[in-house]
Design a protein around this ligand. Structure first.
Ligand SMILES: NC(=O)c1ccc[n+]([C@@H]2O[C@H](COP(=O)([O-])OP(=O)(O)OC[C@H]3O[C@@H](n4cnc5c(N)ncnc54)[C@H](OP(=O)(O)O)[C@@H]3O)[C@@H](O)[C@H]2O)c1
Length: 248
């Protein structure tokens, strides 16, 4: 596994072959590597030069974790590099598979549902901006998908969208999380335009992040079910596991 000097390796199981490096490095430690699972963001331009190194080192198989965020209709700065990164993978000589998960949740280290749960555990009011469809994926379902896709030769040369079992409206997602904690929650509707203005003034979030909250994020994963048996958990089930893991 490639780790940086700053990486928190205490979260990794024992017995893993750790190799020091960073994606910016011109010579990564790729000796005797046959398969690569790429889990860093594909939005920073690292993927095309990395692919050149992988091909030169004779790496055969590559699984790349991209994101359904490439489907955003907003002018996100990371969209073009992500699309270019996927195209570079698809043009490579590797036996490649691309997985595009939706928002990933399920541990204290996620930056989304763990924050929602902690907020709901403390406060009875929650602001709801828009009422878009969400379909987050539980982290272990994504991990299982990575292993299943790698094990299945049908996935070579294919790109799959991955999501939770079914989409739900944002208000329902918040209510489901609150029910898990046995907390009452009052939803306060905030118009998207007001939230964008508040984001501009407070700089807590960018206007684009706020607009993204209000954009539908539901995705069909039937091809993943057909090709490698992907059967994800519902949000109700995943958030229950996360709340338990957080001790809430
Ligand atoms: N989080 C989500 O909700 C979400 C949603 C959809 C798709 N995805 C995709 O899923 C994948 C994992 O997401 P994540 O949120 O776990 O990503 P992340 O926290 O941003 O980073 C994942 C890993 O990338 C490593 N990394 C970042 N820059 C690096 C560099 N220059 N050199 C070497 N390693 C580097 C980090 O290493 P360190 O441990 O050293 O920091 C970290 O272990 C990404 O491809 C992301 O685009 C995430």
């Amino acid at each position: 596994m490639l780790v940086r000097p700053t990486s928190d390796v205490s979260v990794l199981p024992d017995g893993i072959d750790l190799r020091q490096g960073a994606l910016e490095d011109e010579r990564l430690p790729l000796e005797s590597v046959e398969t690569v699972v790429y889990c860093a963001s594909m939005g920073f331009g690292h993927t095309p030069p990395l692919l050149r190194q992988l091909q030169a080192a004779g790496v055969k198989r590559g699984l790349f974790v991209s994101t359904t965020a490439i489907f955003t209709s907003l002018p996100a700065a990371s969209r073009t590099p992500r699309i270019e990164a996927e195209a570079a993978v698809q043009d490579s000589t590797l036996d490649w598979t691309i997985l595009r998960p939706t928002m990933i949740y399920g541990t204290a280290r996620d930056r989304n549902i763990s924050r929602l749960l902690r907020f709901l555990a403390r406060w009875p009011l929650f602001p709801v901006c828009g009422n878009a469809l969400w379909q987050p994926i539980y982290v272990e379902d994504l991990a299982d998908a990575v292993v299943a896709a790698l094990d299945n030769p049908t996935t070579v040369g294919r790109t799959y969208n991955l999501a939770g079992a079914y989409p739900l409206r944002f208000a329902e997602l918040v209510r489901t999380a609150a029910r898990t904690l046995a907390q009452r929650v009052i939803l306060v509707r905030v118009p998207v335009s007001a939230a964008v203005l508040a984001a501009r003034v407070s700089r807590v979030a960018t206007p684009e992040q706020v607009r993204r909250l209000a954009e539908d994020k539901a995705f069909d994963y039937a091809e993943a079910t057909r090709d490698f048996g992907f059967r994800p958990r519902s949000f109700a089930e995943g958030v229950r596991l996360e709340a338990r893991a957080l001790g809430l």
